[in-house]
Design a binder for this molecule. Sequence first.
Ligand code: PLP
Length: 359
Amino acid sequence: MKRIYNFSAGPATLPVAVLEEAARGVLEIGDSGMSVLEVSHRGKEYEAIHFEAQERLLRVMGLDPGAYVVLFLGGGASLQFAMVPMNFPGGAGADYVHTGEWSAKAIKEAQRFGAVHVAGSSEDGGFSYIPRELSLRPDAAYVHITTNNTIEGTEWPELPETGGVPLVADASSDILGRALDYSRFALIYAGAQKNLGPAGVTVVVIRREFLERASDAVPAMLSYRVHAKAQSLYNTPPVFGVYVLCLVLRWIEEQGGLTVIEARNREKAGLVYAALDAHPEVYEPAVRVREDRSLMNVTFRLRRGSEEAFLAGARERGMDGLKGHRSVGGFRASIYNAFPVEGCRVLAEYLHDFAGRCN
Ligand SMILES: *Cc1c(COP(=O)(O)O)cnc(C)c1O
């Protein structure tokens, strides 16, 4: 099999070792005589995978299992946009920081359930930076941020100080991409298909103390309390997604954990940004504030040359998935954890060559 450099924003590249192991698991899990797709979610084969994934995830994040619970849910990160405000309505409603298209969707869903105060926004600058000035309210139910803005290409360089107010985050496109202090979050969620595994499973990690404040007046399938009480086995979980997630977590630990992953991600992003910055007459990075540039999604536009020619040349060199999101255009190189350093070298070289041809 000849693998291309797949810069897709999600579903995205997975480690080859994980794909090989998953392919075996689809045929037979352990020596059970059954596929991972055929075993009962109440049986010992699946339970071992489920609890291993929960345990590994907390260990990789540096979180205490006594203090946090892990849920594996369906519905994508998009369902969390509704589940968070449904479970934590609070009297005063919540504070949201508006940093792009995904936060807009989160805000829209939260408005169905209560008051939303937009505590900061970078809309005035076309979401090309992370707002520093936030007007946070001490009585807010929580503060919601989007740690990495997949479409626009910004990432919070540091987490905001929220005083005693619980910090909630959509980390769909950068969870486990760097060695953050994850204990700063009261709740963090992510669709798996960018940095964690295949589409179909959404990871939600909640501080137990915060969970105690969750509403009881929520349908069972949408209730964090119900899922947490059942160790995320209230109904049939997305078993295949959890299985592959478990393999990805083993892979992360084999690599040396988040410090090693972060160093590699910084190297990868550094290669691409340096190539863009070397040719300002040809490339325009979409993010204005350097510190706010994403390690995961590198966004840029052409000042010269044709977009079609750029993409065609990239495909000739074995690269695909570089077209920007349809709402913003331009280009986007998504270089999540499993994306190889070598692919970033190939892209950087191509950026130099293409610029040379435009001059
Ligand atoms: C992809 C993405 C989503 C949407 O995820 P789904 O799992 O498709 O619902 C939400 N937020 C961010 C930041 C994303 O990158």
